[in-house]
Ligand binder design. Structure first.
Ligand code: SAM
Ligand code: SF4
Ligand code: SF4
Length: 380
């Protein structure tokens, strides 16, 4: 079955320079958006580049040799990222996730991790710093990242079968090397490792049980496998609803082989529904972004590689924080952290995003009609 691939001439997104309100209240960690949702989690994309070409994210036909990735000068520096993180922490953020593109392609990422690890939450506690990676470079980097202060890691792996995996990453990358990365992460003390499998009907659903079995047998409780519904992010992956395998179906299939029991969520706003193997063999998760929208508790903001803030994964417009980081007030002086915090606070108070809920209600096509942001650019 052929996929509809939509080529795009330019994948940059509209972003307005945020307003810096005068007399904004100082951040007190109690910020809430229009639906009462706090700001808890900041996802930071450190590169828009990737060494994989997963068809559901960066189809080769679009992200080819001619594709223009962001030039280095437009990327936020580590110092700029750390400054933004500090502002978000003042507003209550306690969890940072580094993502991409492939975050381990960003040179010296451990230096950024160390800078972020030196920050403290409003209560003086260390931050929860985690990273989502395709695992290809993890065997080399796990130890140094852990030493720099990384707390946890999520590794994406869509199949155990080598041929299927090589086809899905579309660069002929072997499964064994990703598993070596998982082993290295565990050896470095990054357990429990989360493993993300995007399930695409007709592509890798036959891998659900083998991968679950492998993870149970080889890693037990040290790796939590999470099944992600294939999402309609961006505009290039030719998404179709009939290629989504609902989490309920995945769970039913799994339960035929391994009885499962539900678990309570760890935290409000958690994306995965948690279940455990009844025989004590570990935990699995289901991320049902398509069939069970979880917008009601969505407390996540996303910072793109070039410093645009997105308040929803399905947004088409960002807010250009880099313009504040590098720009000047009308009087010629640089913007202060307090100015940036005031701008972020105003944006979050205005937020009413709930794309997935609207999609479920049949109204999501009712977006603005503008092109949505791509996953490799904003991170998962
Ligand atoms: N390159 C890293 C990786 O693959 O883990 C980090 C970035 S990637 C965009 C983050 C997560 O988004 C991955 O787990 C990936 O599988 C997931 N993802 C990408 N496109 C998706 C889609 N269309 N539907 C569901 N998940 C998707
Ligand atoms: Fe790269 Fe991750 Fe997207 Fe795959 S999902 S193309 S590994 S950014
Ligand atoms: Fe959050 Fe937007 Fe996803 Fe809803 S659709 S859960 S608001 S990122």
């Amino acid at each position: 079955m052929g996929e509809t691939i939509i080529p795009l001439a330019d994948l940059r997104y509209a972003a307005a320079v945020p307003r810096v309100p005068r007399d904004a209240p100082a951040p007190d960690g109690l910020l809430a958006d229009r639906l009462g949702r706090p700001l808890h989690d900041l996802r930071i994309s450190v590169t828009d580049r990737c060494n994989f070409r997963c068809s559901y994210c960066m189809p080769k036909e679009v992200f080819d040799r001619d594709y223009k990735f962001l030039p280095h000068a437009s990327l936020l520096s580590f110092e700029e990222i750390t400054r933004v993180a500090r502002v978000f922490i003042a507003h209550g953020v306690a969890k940072l996730r580094l993502t991409g593109g492939e975050p381990l392609l960003r040179k010296h990422l451990e230096v950024l991790v160390a800078q972020l690890a030196a920050l403290r939450t409003r209560d003086g506690a260390p931050l929860d710093i985690t990273l989502t990676t395709n695992g290809s470079l993890l065997a080399r980097k796990a130890q140094v990242l852990r030493e720099a202060g990384l707390k946890r890691v999520t590794v994406s792996l869509d199949a155990l079968d080598d041929a299927i995996f090589r086809r899905m990453n579309d660069v002929d990358f072997p499964v064994a090397e990703v598993l070596r990365g998982v082993d290295a992460a565990l050896a470095a003390g990054l357990a429990p490792v989360k493993m993300n499998m995007v399930v695409k009907r007709g592509t890798n659903e036959q891998e659900i049980v083998p991968l679950a079995r492998h993870v149970r047998e080889r890693y037990g409780r040290d790796v939590v496998l999470r099944f992600i519904e294939y999402m309609d992010v961006g505009a290039t992956n030719g998404w179709r609803m009939d290629e989504v395998l609902p989490s309920d179906d995945v769970r039913t299939l799994l339960q035929r082989h391994f009885p499962l029991e539900p678990l309570e969520p760890n935290a409000i706003g958690e994306t995965a529904e948690r279940w455990r193997y009844a025989d004590g063999g570990g935990e699995v998760g289901f991320i049902s972004s398509v069939t069970k929208a979880f917008c009601r508790d969505c407390n996540r903001a996303r910072l793109s590689t070039e410093g645009k803030l997105f308040t929803c994964l399905f947004a088409s417009r960002g807010h250009d924080l880099r313009a504040l980081l590098r720009g000047q007030r009308p009087d010629g002086t640089p913007y202060s952290d307090a100015d940036i915090a005031a701008a972020v606070g105003a944006l979050w108070r205005e937020r009413d995003d709930r794309y997935s809920e609207l999609r479920s209600a049949g109204a999501a096509a009712a977006g603005s009609g503008e092109r949505r942001v791509e996953m490799h650019y904003i991170g998962g």
